[in-house]
Design a protein around this ligand. Structure first.
Ligand code: NAP
Ligand code: ZN
Ligand code: ZN
Length: 369
């Protein structure tokens, strides 16, 4: 995290009485794996000394929201209020808060707490907290044990250590998806130092995929989009991809055998990893960020031939998320979005399941009345 972004503001603090009691917020929730999302009322906790209350203005719709709303990963606690691509404005702060004041823009991503003491937390890798981090929704608060509720709601209360600074230079609705899709692709690209001189393949042009294309190209890699949707080719190139390959075209995939230094796999549904591992060059790495609920078979010969690696990466820690937001603000990188009313959320899910997303749905929370 840059020193600048973490430094307490030197400007005078605007007095803002922190709510001493819980507050009620409108939200959308799923009550069971097969139920549609519908209006629901939730309670947000009374502000603790280091809590920030954020009025949510926009929330991105991640495919993980669908996996979780439908309990596809087997970990959902109902009722579930999804949403972990949150941007909004600070409306109140606890009396020990130093990073934010009322009126500031703020973001909340996939995490709202972690143990803060294990070796990973101390390195800023809260997503790999050894004790167990606390997800923004469908998890248990470490202190109260209450269910955490996500961003499909009017406001949220989060410890300031898990709240991000958001630039006012970029359109706020387009910034929201950076809080998950952005960091989930930024983190592995940085970890493996993907950049100039590398050939990067991105599988799946959805929310994560389109950010991987933008960021990979911005880091200087030659980016090839590997997609099942021919009609996305023009967009892929506009987003920054240098090449496009239709993955249903066996002849085209054969041409790309042994081609890539890195592949980022963002696919949300079951698919054949071996088909893509063969596209890696010697010592190439395929990084799975897409998280299909069902396991897939990997033939070891896909790896042995060419000393290839199959890797995974989970979101990003708080310092790196801030670094990514600052990088995007500096380079003018945002998500390509379709702004929706919250009442459209069930249709948006159905469209995402048909790969019909360009390239992130973002909920305008003003529509939640
Ligand atoms: P998304 O917007 O729905 O995009 C997924 C894309 O994958 C689709 O647009 C489609 O692209 C492709 N695809 C879908 N079904 C496919 C299939 N059967 N075979 C091949 N390609 C297929 O989803 P997202 O929000 O980007 O999320 C993608 C996955 O990442 C989800 O599983 C999500 O849970 C996971 N995720 C993981 C992390 C992490 O920390 N690792 C963080 C966030 C999300 P084309 O039309 O181009 O083929
Ligand atoms: Zn997500
Ligand atoms: Zn920890």
């Amino acid at each position: 995290m840059s020193d600048k972004s973490m430094a307490p503001s030197l400007e005078p603090r605007v007095a803002s009485p922190a709510p001493a009691t819980t507050s009620v917020a409108r939200a959308y929730a799923a009550q069971a794996p097969d139920s549609r999302l519908a209006p629901f009322q939730i309670e947000r906790r009374a502000l603790r000394p280091r809590d920030v209350q954020v009025e949510i203005l926009y929330c991105g719709v991640c495919h993980s929201d669908i996996h979780m709303a439908r309990n596809e990963w087997g970990q959902t606690i109902y009722p579930v209020v999804p949403g972990h691509e949150i941007v909004g404005r600070v409306t109140a702060v606890g009396d020990k808060v130093t990073k934010f004041q009322t009126g500031d823009l703020a973001g909340v991503g996939c995490l709202v707490d972690s143990c803060r003491q294990c070796s990973n937390c101390r390195k800023g890798l809260e997503q790999y907290c050894k004790v167990g981090n606390v997800l923004t929704y469908s998890a248990r608060d470490r202190i109260s044990g209450d269910i955490t509720y996500g961003g499909y709601s009017k406001q949220i209360v989060v410890d300031e250590d898990f709240v991000l600074r958001v630039s006012d230079k970029l359109p706020l609705a387009e910034v929201a998806p950076l809080l998950c899709a952005g960091i989930t692709t930024y983190s592995p690209l940085r970890h493996w130092n993907v950049g100039k001189g590398h050939k990067l393949g991105v599988i799946g042009l959805g929310g994560l995929g389109h950010m991987a294309v933008k960021l990979g190209a911005s880091f200087g890699a030659e980016v090839t989009m590997l997609s099942t949707s021919r009609e996305k080719e023009e967009d892929a190139r506009r987003l920054g991809a240098h090449k496009f390959a239709l993955t249903r075209d066996a002849a085209r995939l054969k041409e790309l055998a042994g081609y890539f230094d890195f592949i980022i796999d963002t696919v949300s549904a079951k698919h054949d990893y071996n088909q893509y591992l063969h596209l890696l060059a010697t010592d190439g790495v395929m990084i799975c960020v897409g998280a299909p609920p069902t396991p897939a078979e990997v033939a070891v010969f896909s790896l042995i031939g060419g000393r290839r690696s199959l890797a995974g990466s989970g979101i990003g820690g708080l310092p790196e998320t801030q670094e990514m937001l600052d990088y995007c603000a500096e380079h003018g990188i945002t998500s390509d979005i379709e702004l929706i009313d919250i009442a459209y959320i069930n249709e948006a899910y159905e469209r995402m399941l048909k790969s019909d997303v360009r390239y992130r749905f973002v909920i305008d929370m003003a529509s939640l009345t």
